[in-house]
Design a binder for this molecule. Structure first.
Ligand code: ATP
Ligand code: MG
Length: 575
């Protein structure tokens, strides 16, 4: 047991695991699994489950398996399997050689299904999916209460063991078309829990499976496959999200009624939800398929692949998961907390650079023509070891258009006619003139510099109120910068009024592409995935599409820490 576990474990699941270990359950062994269905890319909600499952295993000296829940060949693809593996590794977790598939157990599951038939605990049903659902009945809301009137037995429920065995074998032999029959567990059609009303174990699906090919035309349901896969793998703690709580009696029923080699325990925790986003694979698939985003790794997507391309770090995502913790309480996490985790991480490690996104030319009239100075710039004030670099300064520069106002409004302290500001790492400059084109648009401004202020303050002690970033025109690198904003314009995109669709909540301005950006020359050799802080602007990451001749950056986040404000508000609200 690690040092950490000797003190009180930090959440209810770790407390249960610690108690089980202390009681010598499973011989003191801890074995978890992360069980994605390969029907989509992973999203940040999955990261919570991944960090919990792999985290618990590591903290208790145990193991965590990767198990693909590949029971539905119609929706599953190899592309997803590879993406999921890459994403888990990128997050920093390792399943070593334990890469398993529910389909590895199809033969064992089949054998156990025959076992249940022989025990009189499973039967072949001819009802259609709609009829099964109708016979099962549904929950009715009666005030605060939910009641479940009894269901109705299928007319095929009392088939003999011999008939069931014969029909089931013929199902397996592909004698029947899709949907013609199912195998159902024979439990109780009057059970208050609908999941216990003779749940379906197998459905007929004449579909080729990515791993088993055409070997099977009957496929197990999640409920039938999951607990038994846990049992086969020797999983001690099967951690899943709350929607499976009502499935737990069934999970246990199968284990109780089968000669399984091991008894896993299911424990549920609440899902991660984030404001301004959706975390449902089906919904994310819709965004991709309908072209609302450029793909699964679109930097606006809450997928691991999207966050990575956006510039998020695995450390920031793991930090979010740790801060959110593990409970049974349903809640929604502020997107700003994720950004806060990112800023905390990148503030420590991202190198600072100067980049101008909306360039405005400044000509320094009293600076010698053709002269270049290499000025010292600090790479990261938070990390002395990051050192310094040289930034070229010359007569013509770019500054940010926003940093100049011809007629400054109150509280605008940056450059304006007659006003002096500091250029970061360089000189004080004073604006002397504004040049406009026929339309009245400002094309460049003129200024003078004070040579005595090089890299520091004015010897006469005069002050300036602003420090601007800049890039030398003669040395600048052109770049495309994609400014990403929230994908949805409302906090809870799935909350929609009648007659509206959740897609109406998409933010039409979630990306703005700037093609005329200018970067300091030290950024000429960046590689996809490199992350920087552009001074005064935010954190930016090199896009995979970037090349030496066409540099592309994605904005990960601005520098504004909105989380501090939200936290302040929340603390105030909660006393
Ligand atoms: P979705 O609801 O997005 O379609 P899912 O639960 O069907 O997702 P799976 O591939 O089955 O997706 O999920 C693998 C594991 O990740 C499951 O154990 C599931 O409980 C967990 N998981 C999925 N979404 C979240 C979430 N938002 N927060 C925490 N865990 C999650
Ligand atoms: Mg699922």
């Amino acid at each position: 047991m690690s040092e950490e576990q000797k003190t009180t474990p930090r959440d209810f699941i770790r407390q249960i695991v610690a108690a089980d270990v202390a009681a010598g359950k499973n011989g003191g062994r801890v074995h978890t699994r992360f069980p994605p269905e390969p029907n989509a890319y992973l999203h940040i909600g999955h990261a919570k489950s991944i960090s919990l499952n792999f985290g618990v295993a590591a903290e208790f000296g145990g193991r965590c398996n990767l198990r693909f829940d590949d029971t539905n060949p119609e929706k599953e693809e190899v592309e997803y399997i590879n993406a999921i593996k890459g994403d888990i590794r990128w997050l920093g977790y390792d399943w070593e050689d334990r890469e398993y598939y529910a389909s590895d157990y199809f033969a064992q599951l089949y054998e156990w299904a025959e076992y249940l038939i022989n025990q009189g605990k499973a039967y072949v049903d001819d009802l259609s999916a709609e009829e099964i659902s109708e016979y099962r009945g549904r929950a009715i809301h009666d005030g605060d209460k939910i009641i479940t009137p009894p269901g109705k037995d299928s007319p095929y429920r009392n088939r003999s063991v011999e008939e069931n065995l014969d029909l089931f074998r013929r199902m397996r032999a592909c004698e029947f078309p899709d949907g013609a029959k199912t195998l159902r567990a024979k439990i109780d059609m009057r059970h208050p829990n609908l999941n216990m009303r003779d749940p379906v174990m197998y459905r007929i699906m004449h579909a080729s499976h990515p791993r088993t090919g055409d070997k099977w035309c009957i496929y197990p349901t999640y409920d039938w496959a999951h607990g038994q896969s846990d049992a086969i793998e020797g999983i001690t703690h099967s951690l899943c999200t709350l929607e499976f709580e009502v499935h737990r009696p069934l999970y246990d029923w199968f284990l109780d009624n089968l000669p399984v080699p091991h008894r896993p325990r299911q424990i549920e925790f609440s899902r991660l939800n984030l404001t301004y986003t959706v975390l449902s694979k089906r919904k994310l698939l819709q965004l991709v398929e309908k072209g609302h985003v450029a793909g699964w790794d679109d930097p606006r997507m809450p997928t691991i692949a999207g966050l990575r391309r956006r510039g998020y770090t695995p450390e920031a995502i793991r930090d979010l998961c740790a801060r959110v913790g593990v409970t049974k309480a349903e809640g929604i996490v502020e997107y700003e907390l994720l950004e806060y985790c990112l800023r905390q991480d990148l503030n420590k490690r991202a190198l600072r650079r100067m980049a101008v996104l909306h360039p405005l030319r400044v000509v320094i009239d009293n600076y010698p023509d053709g002269q270049t100075e290499e000025l010292d710039a600090i790479n990261n004030p938070e990390d002395e070891a990051a050192g310094t670099r040289k930034v070229p300064f010359s007569k013509v520069l770019y500054i940010e258009r926003d940093d100049f106002m011809e007629t400054p409004v109150p509280k605008f302290y940056r450059l304006a006619p007659g006003r002096e500001v500091r250029l970061r790492y360089a000189y004080f400059i004073k604006c002397t003139d504004v040049v406009k084109d026929e339309t009245g648009e400002i094309v460049e401004i003129h200024a003078t510099y004070d040579p005595a202020t090089r890299g520091g303050d004015a010897p006469d002690g005069r002050k300036v109120k602003a420090t601007l970033h800049w890039v030398s025109v003669a040395h600048a690198i052109s770049a495309e910068v994609r400014l990403y904003d929230r994908l949805f314009k409302v906090k809870n995109p799935l909350q929609v009024e009648v007659g509206h669709d959740w897609l109406d909540n998409l933010n039409p301005d979630s990306v703005k592409i700037l093609t005329e950006c200018k970067l300091e020359p030290s950024l000429a050799d960046v590689q996809p995935g490199d992350r920087f802080q552009f001074e005064r602007l935010g954190y930016f990451c090199v896009d995979p599409a970037s090349t030496r001749g066409h540099v592309v950056f994605n904005r990960t986040a601005t520098l504004r820490d909105t989380w501090a404000k939200i936290r302040g508000r929340q603390t105030a609200a909660h006393g």
